[in-house]
Design a protein around this ligand. Structure first.
Ligand code: G6P
Ligand code: MG
Length: 225
């Protein structure tokens, strides 16, 4: 049975994935690196410094550790600027209702974001209270696609990973959830997120019928184990 749902933040709860993209794009433009939305898919879910390294790979440039950190910090300043101007309406529609319905079913709710800004975003949008447990980029050594953050969230909830369902918009996040032995819903395009157990366009599209289907899958998998 699904006993907990673990949500990613950027691109799943709120439209901050767009701000990460805009900030990386601004840095790429400054560095003269061609950077498209498709390239950006590789940056989703991974840590800030890993994102910087992927950008360097895309541009075929090498930088010292100092330079790398300086530029990643610059991107972060821009990202925080965008985030500070966000309004509560930028929370995806249907997310609050979905979380309420899940809670009514006795399901525990956690957040697992690679972002070190996750708490700031939750705070600015007044949505900290939606989550029983919050895990973020400040609490882990290995970012997604490593399963560490998902395993930490499950541990803090006191729920077995096999009873957890993850919502993710990033390929790296889906890989992390699967590596943690969890079930996973991809938010976005089937083509990009085909590794997930199910893909839906928007978080708010998830229904309780879908939850029942996941319960059946979980039951089947757990009896096979
Ligand atoms: C999330 C986002 C990534 C971002 C990462 C680190 O996983 O999907 O795009 O790079 O967090 O975020 P931070 O706010 O710590 O730079
Ligand atoms: Mg995300």
């Amino acid at each position: 049975m699904i006993k907990a749902v673990i949500f990613d933040l950027d691109g799943v709860i709120v439209d901050t994935a767009r701000y990460h993209f805009l900030a990386w794009k601004r840095l790429a433009d400054e560095l003269g690196i061609k950077f498209t939305e498709e390239d950006n898919e590789r940056l989703k879910g991974v840590s800030r410094i890993r994102s910087m390294e992927i950008l360097m790979e895309l541009g075929g440039i090498t930088l010292s550790q100092y330079e790398k950190e300086k530029l990643a910090n610059k991107k972060n300043t821009w990202f925080v600027d965008y985030v500070e101007r966000m309004i509560p309406e930028e929370i995806y529609s249907g997310v609050r209702v979905l979380i309420e319905k899940l809670k009514e079913r006795g399901i525990h709710i956690a957040l697992a974001s690679s972002s070190k800004n996750a708490r700031t975003v939750l705070h600015l949008l007044h949505i900290q209270n939606l989550f029983e447990v919050v895990t973020d980029g400040t609490m882990i050594t290995h970012s997604k696609p490593d399963p560490e953050i998902f395993l930490l969230a499950a541990e803090k909830l006191g729920i077995d990973p096999k009873d957890c369902l993850v919502f993710e918009d990033a390929e790296a996040g889906i890989e992390g959830a699967l590596a943690a032995g969890m079930l996973c819903v991809g938010i976005g395009s089937q083509e990009q997120l085909f590794k997930a157990h199910k893909v839906i366009r928007h978080t708010g599209d998830f229904t309780m019928e879908m939850l029942d289907e996941f319960n059946a899958v979980a039951l089947k998998l757990n009896t096979e184990r």
